[in-house]
Design a protein around this ligand. Structure first.
Ligand code: FAD
Length: 428
């Protein structure tokens, strides 16, 4: 008898898996809680403005990832050279901060360079398992004080002293001492980091990728999974019961933990160890022109947001001609109740002050998006807890997929690649 495959969640990961299963003619049920597919990669329209759930840019670093995206999007794809900045002490410095100190107050530049030199001498002695020690060893106290620590505190919303460094390699542009020094005394043109170039759909926002997958993937909408019975291999979703032989979860791992019945005590403990932050995105559209960058990082406390992206800079069809659109990203610890009114009022005033929104411009859209599980937190318990959970569930015929299913800091490209690999495994 054909194995019954059930996929939970029709975000990019679930859709990409279904798409690949279609290619090898495997049947499956793809269950989605909402009446819309795409998860965080979906886009939505308000008054002729298209917004993502916090600017979803395609960082395609693997040849296979690029090929997949090109196959899906065809000619509907644009390549951008990143224009990203760090707004600090009244200036916009090119990103990444550590390699572009030129333009800052001389005292700060000297402090950063001297501390980087000191750190370099001690580098081999450092234990870099924790994020703070890793950053101090690589960049020195000055760069950490002015950017690395305040920015990451704002983003992760957790005790930075407990954050590990296992996510850094891919996401924080590495710097040599030479890069730091060269960037301290002259404007640099060199590209750094995984996102120096990025792709974006010419039309339709990040939803274009979702729509391409939906040409093959079949979704059962309004099928929120509420319980998973591992013993009897059944799932309760949207008032129905589904039997399975292989189950793939792309749901945020803690939510899967709540749906699983009769878990052993040690695995329950592993689920309880999983932590995350929450991100809230204020999408804005305004009349008039804006600044030249694609996105800006804000390490200083006086700005309640950690990043501002110019959505309208990614593709012409996202905003009405002569106007601009933005996403403003705020982070909070779970359980913290943000005062959205205060955040919104402050952000709008600061966006005007900073030149994102022209004086006298009309605000056409203000719309909030909540991402309750946004960044899985890398602390000392995460790795072992995730491994224990994944191994236990694998033994029960359950696979974990995607940033939230596998509970990792990863991007859309990895969702596409992992889904293709898992489909191959399942199809064999
Ligand atoms: C603020 C932010 C910005 C980002 N920017 C980028 C970027 O620029 N580039 C990039 O490559 N990546 C970016 N990412 C990462 C990217 O969003 C993820 O890698 C990707 O969306 C993961 O897709 P997914 O399908 O695994 O998860 P999701 O998109 O979360 O999809 C999960 C799906 O499961 C559904 N679901 C949830 N609960 C249930 C249930 N009980 N029953 C049934 N269905 C359920 C949800 O509705 C959703 O459709 C960003 C992430 C965040 C938080």
């Amino acid at each position: 008898m054909e194995n019954r495959i059930v996929i939970m969640g029709a975000g990019l990961s679930g859709l990409a898996l279904a798409y690949n299963l279609e290619s090898c003619k495997k049947d499956y049920a793809l269950l989605e809680a909402k009446n819309k597919a795409g998860g965080l990669c979906a886009s939505y329209k308000i008054k002729d403005f298209t917004f993502d759930y916090g600017g979803h840019l395609l960082h395609l670093n693997a040849k296979r990832g690029l090929k997949m995206a090109q196959k899906l999007l065809g000619k509907n794809i644009l390549l951008h050279k990143r224009r990203a900045f760090v707004h600090i002490y009244g200036r916009d410095l090119a990103f990444p901060f550590q390699n572009n100190l030129y333009g800052l107050d001389e005292k700060i530049v000297s402090e950063c360079v001297n501390e980087a030199l000191k750190a370099y001498k001690e580098k081999d002695k450092a234990d870099t398992a924790l994020f703070k020690n890793w950053a101090l060893a690589l960049y020195g106290k000055g760069i950490c004080k002015h950017f690395m620590f305040p920015y990451n505190q704002k983003l992760w919303q957790t005790d930075l002293g407990k954050l590990t460094s296992d996510w850094c390699g891919k996401f924080v542009p590495a710097s040599t001492l030479e890069d730091i020094i060269k960037g301290a005394y002259a404007q640099r043109k060199k590209d750094f980091g995984y996102n120096a170039h990025f792709f974006y759909p010419k039309t339709g926002g990040s939803q274009a990728l979702v729509d391409a997958l939906l040409k093959k993937a079949r979704v059962k909408y309004k099928a929120a999974v509420t319980a998973v019975d591992l013993k009897n291999k059944t799932i309760a979703a949207g008032g129905k019961t589904y039997g399975y032989d292989k189950l793939v979860s792309t749901l945020p791992l803690p939510l899967l933990g709540c749906a699983l019945k009769d878990l052993p005590a040690n695995i329950k403990k592993d689920f309880a160890a999983l932590k995350h932050n929450s991100v809230y995105v204020l999408n804005i559209a305004a009349t008039g022109k804006t600044k030249d960058g694609h996105w800006y990082y804000f390490p200083e406390d006086k700005y309640p947001f950690f990043r501002v992206g110019v959505q309208s800079s990614f593709a012409k069809d996202l905003a009405i001609g002569g106007s601009s659109s933005f996403y403003v990203e705020f982070a909070a610890a779970p359980g913290q109740k943000p005062d959205f009114e205060v955040w919104q009022k402050t952000a709008l005033a600061q966006l005007k002050e900073l030149g994102f929104i022209e004086t006298g411009a009309k605000i056409l859209v203000k719309n909030w998006v909540s991402i309750p599980q946004a960044y899985p937190i890398y602390d000392a318990k995460r790795k072992e807890a995730v491994e224990n959970i994944a191994n236990y569930l694998r033994g029960q015929g359950v696979y974990l997929l995607g940033r939230y299913g596998a509970w990792e800091y990863s991007f859309m490209e990895k969702s596409l690649l992992d889904a293709a690999d898992l489909a191959l495994e399942i199809c064999q």
